[in-house]
Design a protein around this ligand. Structure first.
Ligand SMILES: Nc1ncnc2c1ncn2[C@@H]1O[C@H](COP(=O)(O)OP(=O)(O)OP(=O)(O)O)[C@@H](O)[C@H]1O
Ligand SMILES: [Mg+2]
Length: 595
C-alpha cells in the first residue's frame, strides 16, 4: 500500500501482562483508590441493570387493568420508587466520577515522578544511544496509556460485563430459552469482534507508522528551515512533506473503510438478535407464558446491551494499542541501570585529591579496545595535561574517571578509594567536569551558574561569574542574569557558554577538576579570557586537562602524551621538547602556524 517503505520503529516485545505489572509495581501503596473506583463504578453499573424491571412493572400494571384512580395511584407509586432508584443511580455514578477525578491525577503524579527518577539514573551510554525527543514521547505515552487504560476498564469493560451478566440472569428468570439465546449470541458476538479487532491491529499499526513518518518529516523540515532557505528547496520540501501526508492519508482511509465494514458486521449481528428474540418472545407471549411487560423488559435489555457492545471491538483494539504504546517505556523501566552504586557503597572521602589509574583497560565494543594498560598517578594539587592525536582516548580516560562507564580491567583510585566502590553521587560531587561543548539548562543564567551550588548567595554567584570572565557580557544583556539561554544554551556563543560552565564549576569548588578541550575553536581574545578564568578555577585543585592547542598547557606540571589508548611520553613541556617524539612533532607543527 505504501509507495515508499517507511522506516519502522523497533517493536518492543513487552506483553500486556508485563505492562500491567509495571503500572502495578509503580503504584505500590496506592492501589486502594483504584479498588474503590472499581467498586463504586461496579455498584453503579449493577444498579443500572434493574432499570428494565421498572419498565416491566409499569407496563404490566397499565396493560392488565382499565384506567382508574386506583391503578393510576399504584402506577405513580412505582414511578415514585423509580425516581428514587434513578436518583440513587445518579448519586453513585457521580460519586465514582469524583473518586476517579481524585485518584487518577494522584496516580499520574506518582507515575511521572517514579518514571523520571528511574529514567534520569540511566547511564551515559544509554542517553548517547537514545534521542531526547523520542524518550520524551515514550514517557508521555506511558503515562497517557495508563490513564486511558483505566478509563476503558472502569467505564467500558466493567459496565459491559455487569450488564451482560444482568441481562442473562434477568432474561433467564423470565424464560430459560430467552436467556440461552442471548448468551449464545453474546459469545458469538464477542469472539467475532475480538478476532476482527486483533486482525485489524496490524493495519492500525501501519497507520501509526505512517503518522510518525509524517510527524518526523514535519520536524525535520522545521529543524532544517535554514538549509531549506539557503538551498532554495521550498518546492522539493513541500513535495516531500506532501508525499508523507499522502501515505498517511491512504492508510487512514483504508482503516476507516475497514472500520465501516466491521461496523456493518456488528449491525448485522444486532438485527439477527433483535429479530430472533422478538420473534421468540412473541411466540411465547402467544402461549401465555410472557406478559407485555416482559416484552418491554426484553427490549430494554437488548437496547442496553447494544449500547454497550457497540464499541467493544474498538475498545479491544484500543486496549492493545495502549499496551503497545506503553511497552517502549516499560522496556526502558525494566532495563537495569548500567552504572550504579554497589551494595554498601560508601561516600568518597577526599583528603588530598590524589588520583591513580592502575593498569586500566576499557572498550566500548568488544571488538575494539580503546584504553590499554593505562598507568598514571596524579599527585595532590598536580596539574596534568593529556595530549595526543584525535581518537587516542583522552576523553575516554576522563569519562572513566567520572565513572560514566565501568572499567573492563584495572582500577581507578582517588585518595586510595576505588571509584567503583564509592557512591556515584559523592564521586560526582567531588569532581568538576567542564566539557568542550557544555550544555546549559533552558533556565536563566543565574540558575545555570547557581547549579554548581544551589544555596549560593547572589554575591557568591556574581563573584564566580567575575572570576570566570563572564560578568561583563552578562551585564550587557538586557535582562542580565535573568536572561534565558535557549534550549541547550543555544542563545549564547560557544565561548560564552564555556565561561558560564566555568563559573558554575568555580562555584561548585570541587577538589578535582577535569577539563576536556575547554579552549578549542576559540579566537585568541576569547581564549585569553578563558585561560584567565581557567587559571582561577584551577587554583589549589588536582587537575586533568585535555588540550589540542599545546600553547595552552605549557605551564602545566606534567604533560602526558597518549596514542592508541596508551601513554607514550610524559614530562614537562621543556623535557618533552628535548626528546625526539610525538610531542616535539606536534609542537613543531603548531608552532609552524598550521593550527
Ligand atoms: N560512546 C562511544 N561509543 C563507541 N566508541 C566511542 C565512543 N566514544 C568514543 N569512542 C571511540 O573511542 C575512541 C577514543 O575516543 P575519545 O573520545 O576518547 O578520543 P579523544 O582522544 O578524546 O579524541 P579527540 O581529540 O578527537 O577528542 C575513538 O576512536 C572513538 O571513535
Ligand atoms: Mg576528546
Amino acid at each position: 500500500m505504501a509507495k515508499r517503505s517507511i522506516k519502522k520503529e523497533p517493536i518492543v516485545s513487552v506483553s500486556f501482562g508485563k505492562v500491567l505489572r509495571t503500572y502495578n509495581g509503580m503504584l505500590r501503596g496506592f492501589r486502594w483508590p483504584f479498588v474503590l473506583c472499581m467498586l463504586v463504578a461496579g455498584l453503579a453499573a449493577t444498579i443500572g441493570v434493574f432499570t428494565p424491571w421498572f419498565h416491566k412493572a409499569i407496563f404490566d400494571l397499565l396493560v392488565q387493568s382499565e384506567p382508574s384512580t386506583q391503578v393510576v395511584d399504584k402506577a405513580l407509586r412505582v414511578v415514585f420508587w423509580f425516581a428514587i432508584f434513578l436518583l440513587t443511580q445518579f448519586v453513585v455514578w457521580r460519586t465514582s466520577g469524583f473518586i476517579t477525578a481524585w485518584a487518577i491525577p494522584s496516580a499520574s503524579k506518582r507515575l511521572h515522578a517514579s518514571s523520571f527518577a528511574y529514567l534520569i539514573r540511566h547511564s551515559y551510554r544509554f542517553f548517547t544511544n537514545q534521542f531526547a525527543g523520542s524518550l520524551v514521547r515514550q514517557m508521555n505515552r506511558f503515562i497517557d496509556s495508563f490513564l486511558e487504560l483505566h478509563e476503558l476498564v472502569q467505564w467500558e469493560f466493567l459496565p459491559l460485563f455487569i450488564s451482560m451478566v444482568g441481562a442473562s440472569v434477568s432474561l433467564s428468570l423470565r424464560n430459560r430459552w430467552l436467556g440461552i439465546i442471548l448468551i449464545t449470541w453474546m459469545i458469538f458476538y464477542l469472539v467475532v469482534n475480538y478476532g476482527l479487532a486483533r486482525w485489524k491491529l496490524k493495519y492500525d499499526e501501519q497507520k501509526s507508522i505512517a503518522d510518525s513518518a509524517m510527524v518526523g518529516a514535519l520536524s525535520d523540515g522545521i529543524t532544517n528551515s535554514l538549509n531549506i532557505k539557503f538551498f532554495s528547496a521550498y518546492n522539493g520540501e513541500e513535495k516531500r512533506y506532501a508525499e508523507s501526508v499522502g501515505t498517511f492519508v491512504r492508510w487512514w482511509r483504508f482503516n476507516w473503510n475497514l472500520s465501516e465494514a466491521i461496523m456493518a458486521i456488528q449491525v448485522f449481528f444486532y438485527i439477527v438478535l433483535e429479530i430472533g428474540i422478538v420473534y421468540y418472545a412473541v411466540r411465547v407471549w402467544g402461549s401465555g407464558l410472557l406478559t407485555v411487560g416482559d416484552l418491554a423488559l426484553i427490549q430494554g435489555f437488548i437496547l442496553q446491551m447494544i449500547g454497550k457492545l457497540w464499541d467493544f471491538g474498538r475498545n479491544v483494539r484500543r486496549l492493545f494499542e495502549l499496551s503497545a504504546q506503553a511497552s517502549e517505556m516499560v522496556a526502558i523501566l525494566e532495563t537495569p541501570h548500567e552504572v550504579k552504586d554497589i551494595p554498601g557503597a560508601k561516600p568518597l572521602r577526599i583528603e588530598r585529591g590524589a588520583i591513580t589509574f592502575h593498569d586500566v583497560s576499557f572498550h566500548y565494543q568488544k571488538e575494539r579496545g580503546i584504553i590499554r594498560g593505562f598507568h598514571l598517578s596524579v599527585r595532590t594539587g598536580e596539574k596534568v595535561a593529556l595530549v595526543g592525536p584525535s581518537g587516542a582516548g583522552k576523553s575516554t580516560v576522563t569519562k572513566l574517571l567520572l565513572r560514566l562507564f565501568d572499567l573492563t580491567g584495572g582500577s581507578i583510585q582517588i585518595d586510595g578509594q576505588d571509584i567503583s566502590s564509592v557512591t556515584l553521587e559523592s564521586l560526582w560531587r567531588n569532581v568538576s567536569y567542564v566539557p568542550q561543548d557544555p550544555i546549559l539548562f533552558h533556565r536563566s543564567l543565574k540558575e545555570n551558574i547557581r547549579y554548581g551550588k544551589p544555596n549560593a548567595t547572589e554575591y557568591e554567584m556574581i563573584a564566580a561569574a567575575k572570576k570566570a570572565r563572564c560578568h561583563e557580557f552578562i551585564s550587557s544583556l538586557p535582562h542580565g542574569y535573568e536572561t534565558f539561554v535557549g534550549e541547550r544554551g543555544v542563545k549564547l556563543s560557544g565561548g560564552e557558554r564555556q565561561r558560564v560552565a566555568i563559573a558554575r564549576a568555580i562555584l561548585k569548588n570541587a577538589p578535582i577538576l577535569v577539563l576536556d578541550e575547554a579552549t578549542s575553536s576559540l579566537d585568541s581574545e576569547s581564549e585569553l579570557l578563558i585561560q584567565q578564568s581557567l587559571a582561577e578555577l584551577m587554583k589549589g585543585k588536582t587537575v586533568i586537562a585535555i588540550a589540542h592547542r599545546l600553547s595552552t598547557i605549557m605551564k602545566m606540571d606534567r604533560i602526558v602524551v597518549m596514542h592508541n589508548g596508551k601513554i607514550i611520553e610524559m614530562g614537562t613541556h621543556d623535557e618533552l621538547l628535548k626528546e625526539v617524539g610525538t610531542y616535539q612533532r606536534l609542537w613543531n607543527i603548531q608552532a609552524g602556524g598550521f593550527i
